[in-house]
Design a protein around this ligand. Structure first.
Ligand SMILES: O=CC(=O)O
Length: 328
């Protein structure tokens, strides 16, 4: 008898070639369509799953894991961030968690740079003039923005994406400062000519642009709180392609509205809050719908990573991209 195939629940549609390969390798059930399934549907399906493949829009918390019973052994997340999964509870219950790091690094950094350029060079304001047909022609003082070259980019979280952001910003002539729990070793720091700021407060004080590139964990929640946002220069711009929760979004909104910061480029928002309508009204704020990793290439490669994690696990080994609570 061939060995029994593992049963896999995928929460929502993934790229077609990825789903097709999963269906060849496993007993596959795709729960939702273009959206995450409701919580009740996921709770009902979980006891039948050996492997769950959620995306970052599914909340896999302790009560959900408790309801899963004993069968579930791997949560192979389609996405790099795992702040929607209670990784510590999963570990206590003997459930492995894996993610998809690396393959979305460059694309997310591209988007960080795009946001920085868009805000500093007032691109969306220019675009609005063209779309509304109100452009009155070139003028010496029209839509003056800020030059990137010579400015200081402060990177909060110098992991893969932070470093990719730093490489790009160097090419634009920016100085790189960063705050990380640990200083990069010199082989990484020197080519970027990056300056480590041991204290986040100091990073805030020197940055012309501050870019959030750390994951959201209990210890990074609201790292950029009202007090730290006030340490930024009034001419500073905030960019976030990581998770909304790292910034106190209400405090950021208040300061932007009061003109205490020059602008913001945001791809992510605090979960559950939706996009603050008061942010939408501001011309110096560029808002994107969480699309940092949204390239066809990255989304396929994320699926390939999920497949590798699942198959390695099915073969009796640890998934290569296992996430453990101490990493967070
Ligand atoms: O934000 C995107 C991801 O975590 O994959």
């Amino acid at each position: 008898m061939p060995p029994k195939r593992l049963s896999v629940v995928v929460t929502r549609r993934l790229p077609a070639p990825i789903e097709a390969r999963m269906a060849e390798l496993f007993d596959l059930r795709v729960l939702g369509g273009d959206k995450s399934p409701d919580r009740a549907a996921l709770i009902e399906a979980l006891p039948e799953a050996d492997i769950l493949v959620p995306t970052i829009t599914d909340v896999i918390d302790a009560p959900m894991l408790a309801g899963a019973g004993d069968r579930l052994k791997l949560i192979a997340n389609y996405g790099a961030g795992v702040d929607h999964i209670d990784v510590a509870t999963a570990r206590q219950r003997g459930i492995l968690v894996s993610n998809t790091p690396g393959v979305l690094t460059e694309d997310t950094a591209d988007m960080g740079l795009a946001l920085m350029l868009a805000v500093l060079r007032r691109m969306t304001e220019g675009m609005a003039q063209m779309q509304q047909g109100v452009w009155e022609g070139w003028a010496p003082d029209a839509l003056l923005g800020t030059r990137l070259g010579g400015k200081t980019l402060g990177i909060l979280g110098m992991g893969r994406i932070g470093q990719a952001m730093a490489r790009r910003a160097r090419a634009f002539g920016m100085d790189i400062h960063y705050h990380n729990r640990r200083r990069l070793h010199s082989g990484l720091e020197e080519p970027l000519e990056a300056t480590w700021q041991e204290r986040l407060d100091a990073l805030c004080a020197v940055s012309d642009v501050i870019s959030v590139n750390c994951p959201h964990t209990p210890s990074t929640f609201h790292l950029l709180n009202a007090r730290r946002l006030k340490l930024l220069k009034p001419t500073a711009v905030v960019v976030n392609t990581s998770r909304g929760e790292v910034i106190d979004e209400n405090a950021l909104t208040r300061m932007l509205r009061a003109g205490e910061l020059a602008g913001a480029g945001l791809d992510v928002y605090e979960r559950g809050q939706g996009v603050n309508p008061r942010l939408r009204e501001l011309p110096n704020v560029v808002l994107l719908p969480h699309m940092g990793s949204a390239t066809r290439e990255a989304r396929l490669e994320m699926g390939e990573k999920v497949l590798i994690n699942m198959q390695t696990f099915a073969d009796g080994h640890r998934p290569p991209d296992q996430v453990v609570p101490s990493m967070l």
